[in-house]
Design a protein around this ligand. Structure first.
Ligand SMILES: Nc1nc2c(ncn2[C@@H]2O[C@H](COP(=O)(O)OP(=O)(O)O)[C@@H](O)[C@H]2O)c(=O)[nH]1
Ligand SMILES: [Mg+2]
Length: 228
């Protein structure tokens, strides 16, 4: 799979012009580093002063795979995980699910098994969605409570890929998302819908079962927000 990572931002091209649209969501307990990881991917910056807001945030990013443009929305819970769950709208249509825990807090790995995986199973609209467990904060090696081997075995047991990252140093972040999650989505034809129905759908008013509309999309590269 030829990937040209340099071609990632074309602000003048609106998302509905992309060949494919991909939704990747980040779930996991509060404080594990989801917002920092998403910001890393979006802006290559580490901002330690992330502040939880209410609702959910998403960022738009563009990648080229085999001369096709893939518009990727990275969805962040924006603090709603503090209430132990996020809404079904958050999971709907996600082809990629990144389940983040903090390698220095074992209880955040336990929460993936107890809380986040069951939620993904319940609300995911793509049974074949690409799932990756990510152990974050590996820069804090001295405080590690979960070994890489244990994390990898956990992921394998639950049918997920596994990566370790540090949003602080950027270690592993790009590899996990692009070489792990995105390449696997692109290699799964049933997940990689053409953008054609999407172009039609965004013209229609939000609605559907449960009364929750699809998240609003920002036009052009940049961040957005929606309330779930
Ligand atoms: N040392 C270290 N701290 C991190 C890392 N990622 C996030 N943090 C810190 O962990 C806290 C929670 O991060 P945040 O992204 O808000 O977590 P979220 O609640 O999952 O979105 C913040 O104080 C971050 O600065 C990391 O890779 N290493
Ligand atoms: Mg957050």
């Amino acid at each position: 799979m030829a990937v040209d990572p340099s071609f990632t931002d074309l602000p003048t091209l609106p998302p509905e012009m992309d060949d494919h649209l991909v939704k990747v969501i980040f779930v996991g307990s509060a404080g594990v580093g989801k917002t920092c990881l998403v910001r890393r991917l979006f802006s290559d910056a580490f901002n330690p002063d992330t502040r939880a807001t209410v609702g959910c945030d998403f960022h738009f990013k563009r990648y080229m795979f085999d001369k096709k443009s893939i518009g990727v929305t990275l969805w962040d819970t924006a603090g709603t995980e503090k209430f132990q769950a996020v809404t079904s709208n958050y999971y709907r249509g996600a082809q990629g699910v990144v389940l983040v825990y903090d390698v220095t807090r074992r209880e955040t790995l336990d929460a993936i098994e107890r809380l986040w995986l069951p939620e993904v199973d319940r609300f995911s609209t793509f049974p074949e969605a690409v799932k990756m467990v990510v152990g974050n904060k590996i820069d804090m090696e001295g405080e590690r409570q979960v070994s890489p081997e244990e994390g990898a075995a956990f992921a394998l047991r639950h049918g997920c890929m596994y990566s370790e990252t540090s949003a602080r140093t950027d270690a592993g972040v790009y590899d996990a998302l692009v070489w792990g999650v995105l390449v696997n989505i692109v290699d799964t034809p049933s997940l990689l819908r053409s953008n054609e129905p999407e172009r039609l759908r965004i013209e229609q008013p939000a609605g559907g079962e449960g009364g929750e509309g699809e998240g609003r999309r920002t036009h052009g590269a940049g961040g957005g927000s929606c309330c779930g």
